[in-house]
Design a protein around this ligand. Structure first.
Ligand code: UDP
Length: 385
């Protein structure tokens, strides 16, 4: 057996963990089946326009975790970027997350914060104290009219399910503001790496104890490793023995033209009648270079159930699939020589900063286990988030 460790997948999980091992003097092979590192954060220059595009959908880095924020700054310069999302509803343009401007425009009123609070209190379903699903959560938070306009259609398109079949937790991620603050995120730190995410992840992997192999499947390797850290799909490691875990995938429709298409990076299309969920104009993610492009490129996103050959994006966590997920967790607990991490390895929807925080915690846990001669746990990030 080789003395090397193997990280399968060169997204944030695999790269951050590999770096932690390498900095402790341990050799690591990182294998990635795609032709590039950075996983779904991958960025590249669009050949036709020169715009830096987020190939698998927009990624805006935001965090309240000081350790993570200083960690990413070790490897890349960041530019300040504030995500301000616009939403189209019934042919009208609004601002998200729901804030005082959204409320005033939607209801055709001129309310201050206190009046808007009272207004919303009369909109919401006060009788729903323990929301059992997404729809109830939305009705309790914003009431029927805002729910139907901003959430019902979008959520149906995004998840391919009726909102009342979806967990309430999906909506808890979105704040409601009684101010004109239209920053999509609440975190104190927000930005975009100046040279893109692929350069950032490349820099994390740039260490003499790390070998990176892209366009290479783990299954094709002849080497046997001291331990494998798998950030691919949990069910794939076990050859789908208990059936497939469900994911949503995205299709991207490319639009290229002269000038400026929509004037902003992200527009959500909330109506059922529009088949896409978002249109994303990537040059606006890099306002420091946006002026330099004569042409622009936009991607419209459509979501659907991931088939066996599709890239998995969003884990679908529904009651009916939980028994299957539990079966895989049990298999993982019994497996030897392998640990699971990241969005696909643990089947959770993770923001980038949480992914990094967990990989850093996993690295500490793994090094402690090695130091004490203990077995590395199947989910080394457990309890770290
Ligand atoms: N959502 C919605 N309308 C919107 C934006 C979000 O209904 O205009 C719902 C949708 O169900 C989505 C969830 O809120 O999955 C979380 O939104 P977020 O913007 O965090 O999704 P992400 O950008 O991570 O896909």
């Amino acid at each position: 057996m080789s003395q090397r460790f193997c990280c399968v997948g060169a997204g944030f999980s695999g790269a951050v963990l590999a770096r932690a091992l390498a900095e402790a003097g341990l050799p690591v092979l990182v294998v990635e089946e795609r032709g590039h590192v950075a996983g779904n954060c991958h960025t590249e220059r669009d050949a036709a326009t020169g715009v830096m595009v987020h190939r698998f959908g927009p990624h805006i880095f935001h965090t309240a975790n000081e350790e993570v924020w200083s960690y990413v700054h070790r490897f890349a310069a960041f530019r300040r970027y504030v995500n301000r999302v616009k939403a189209v509803v019934g042919g009208r343009m609004f601002t998200l997350p729901i804030n005082l401007l959204t409320l005033n425009q939607f209801f055709g009123r001129v309310m201050g914060p206190d009046e808007a609070r009272r207004w919303l209190a009369s909109e919401v379903r006060g009788d729903i104290t323990a929301p059992a699903n997404f729809e109830e959560q939305a009705l309790a938070l914003v009431g029927a009219r805002l729910y139907r306009a901003f959430f019902e259609g979008y959520t149906r398109k995004q998840w391919g399910r009726e909102p009342r079949e979806l967990p309430a937790a999906i909506l808890k991620r979105l704040p409601i503001r009684f101010s004109y603050d239209d920053n999509y995120f609440d975190h104190p730190h927000q930005g975009i790496p100046e040279r893109g995410y692929t350069a950032l992840v490349g820099a994390i992997l740039d260490h003499p104890a790390i070998e990176v192999r892209v366009s290479c499947r783990f299954e094709a390797l002849a080497e046997s490793f001291r331990h494998v850290f798998w950030s691919g799909p949990l069910d794939r490691w076990f050859a789908y023995r208990a059936g497939r875990l469900e994911y949503r995938t995205l299709d991207f429709e490319r639009i290229e033209r002269a000038g400026d298409f929509q004037g902003t990076a992200v527009v959500n299309w909330c109506d059922d009648a529009v088949p896409w969920t978002r249109s994303v104009e990537h040059k606006h993610f890099a306002p420091w270079e946006a002026e330099g492009f004569a042409r622009t490129v936009v991607f419209r996103e459509r979501s659907r159930t991931a088939g066996p050959e599709d890239a998995p994006f969003y884990p679908v966590r529904l009651a009916e699939g939980e028994a299957r997920f539990a079966a895989y967790r049990e298999m993982a607990a019994g497996a030897r020589g392998v640990s699971f991490l990241g969005r696909l390895g643990t089947f959770r929807y993770l923001d980038m900063d949480v992914t990094i925080a967990e990989a850093l915690a996993a690295g500490r846990r793994v090094l402690a286990c090695l130091g004490q001669g203990r077995a590395i746990p199947p989910f080394p990030e457990d309890g770290a988030a």
